[in-house]
Design a protein around this ligand. Structure first.
Ligand code: 5GP
Ligand code: ZN
Length: 112
C-alpha cells in the first residue's frame, strides 16, 4: 500500500517526531498552518473517521490523550485545537486517519 503516513510510521520516510509509542506516533506537519502544528496518527492504517468502530475506538481515545500531553509539553497554555478532517468535504488529503494539534495563535471559528 502506498500510504505516506504508514511510511512515516515505519520510519521509511523521515519526519520530525515529537512522540512515539507502540501504537501512536506524532510528528510536525510538513506545511504548518499554525506556529505549532503536529499530526498524531495511529501506526495502524485506518483510513478515516468513517472507519472508527468498537474494535479501534480505544486507540482514538489514546490519540487524544497524546494530543493533550503534547499540548502541555509544547506550551500551548492559552489553548489549542484538535482537528480531524474526514473525506472530501472535510478536506482530508491523506487517507490515513490523523489528528492535527494546532496552537500558538488564536483560531478562527467557524473554519473555512
Ligand atoms: P489533511 O489535509 O489530510 O487533514 O492533512 C494532511 C496533512 O499532512 C497536511 O497538513 C500536510 O501538510 C501534511 N503532510 C502531507 N504529507 C506530509 C509528509 O510527508 N510529512 C509531513 N510531516 N506532513 C505531511
Ligand atoms: Zn496508512
Amino acid at each position: 500500500m502506498d500510504c505516506i503516513f504508514c511510511k512515516i510510521a515505519k520510519g521509511e520516510i523521515t519526519s520530525h517526531k515529537v512522540y512515539e509509542d507502540e501504537d501512536v506516533i506524532a510528528f510536525h506537519d510538513l506545511d504548518p498552518k499554525a506556529p505549532t502544528h503536529v499530526l498524531i496518527i495511529p501506526k495502524k492504517h485506518i483510513e478515516s473517521a468513517m472507519d472508527i468502530d468498537q474494535h479501534n475506538s480505544a486507540l482514538i481515545g489514546r490519540i487524544y490523550e497524546v494530543a493533550v500531553k503534547l499540548a502541555v509539553q509544547l506550551g500551548l497554555d492559552k489553548g489549542f485545537r484538535i482537528v480531524n478532517n474526514c473525506g472530501e468535504d472535510g478536506g482530508q488529503t491523506v487517507q490515513h486517519i490523523h489528528f492535527h494539534l494546532l496552537g500558538g495563535r488564536s483560531m478562527a471559528w467557524p473554519p473555512g
